[in-house]
Write a protein that binds this ligand. Structure first.
Ligand code: PLP
Length: 273
């Protein structure tokens, strides 16, 4: 988030515009607005990023295109080759920021966008908050073209990452096997939960993250399901700020928790909806 904010402060100002997609990560909006600029939203198709729509929504004032892949809060993923084609089609003086916070969960994470950075017009962001489980330590990183990295770095506090956070991130990065085992376990639990929720009647896009988007038949059903779950101590994420009033986002938890949430929702859907 710190890097997104610094990129926005570096490239945006009142009068300029950034572009993301309809359900693009909310902090892209916040960071753009904090920089005094305007954010445009390109429509998605089936809760998935549509690169043609992004091209159609560029303006002469657009300075930055923000894209999260896999996406949050939808969990959907587009082929990195589509992002390479998008980069080829966007004017070179517009910065493309690809936020890969959930990259480790993506089915084809071998396909890397880091090569785009060498072109000088693209930044790729990663984090220790998701697959590495270190969200509370506030540590992430980005691969920047040299000239852009130098300018963005000036806008960050020089000591913005604490020594304990750096030590933990270093140890986490060295334990690739541990990270991959966690990702495999979470992904299995996620897919099992998602298929049960589809069988129970919810619309659930295929997720490439550590959460599942649950779409109910109506806004009221989502509100009631949320209240029912909260009464049992489970807080799912409401997505009103994205305009997804009929959806809840469930982060994958322990096996026991997922079982309990699945049973509560199966009962809820069988009796009243
Ligand atoms: C969680 C998340 C972030 C924020 O990551 P931090 O490193 O915790 O600041 C950024 N982008 C996306 C898409 C995320 O889901």
């Amino acid at each position: 988030m710190d890097l997104i904010g610094a990129i926005a402060r570096c490239f945006l100002a009142p009068g300029s515009r950034a572009l993301t997609t309809e359900y693009g990560y909310y902090f892209f909006r916040t960071a753009t607005h904090l920089a005094g600029a305007t954010l445009d939203l390109a429509p998605e198709h089936g809760l998935t990023v549509n690169t043609q729509a992004i091209l159609g929504h560029l303006t002469p004032e657009t300075r930055v295109v923000f894209l999260a892949n896999p996406a949050n809060p939808t969990g959907t993923f587009i082929e990195p080759a589509q992002i390479v084609a998008l980069r080829d089609a966007i004017p070179r003086d517009i910065l493309l920021v690809v936020d890969e916070a959930y990259s480790e969960f993506a089915a084809t994470s071998e396909t890397r966008l880091f090569d785009l950075v060498r072109r000088g017009d693209t930044v790729v962001l990663r984090t220790f908050s998701k697959a590495y489980g270190l969200a509370g330590l506030r540590v992430g990183w980005g691969l920047f073209p040299q000239a852009i990295g130098t300018e963005v770095r000036k806008l960050l506090l020089p000591n913005n990452i604490s020594a304990p956070a750096l030590a933990a991130a270093t140890a986490a990065m060295r334990d690739q096997a541990g990270m991959r085992a966690a990702v495999a376990m979470i992904s299995r639990r996620r897919d099992f939960f998602a298929s049960r929720m589809r069988a129970a009647g919810l619309q659930v896009p295929v997720s490439h993250t550590n959460f599942v988007l649950l779409c109910f038949a109506s806004d009221e059903a989502a509100v009631q399901a949320d209240a029912t779950l909260r009464a049992s101590g489970f807080a799912l994420r409401r997505l009103d700020n994205y305009g997804l009033l009929n959806c809840l986002r469930a982060t994958v938890g322990t096996e026991d928790d997922m079982e309990e949430v699945a049973q509560i929702l199966e009962l809820f859907l069988s009796v009243s909806h």
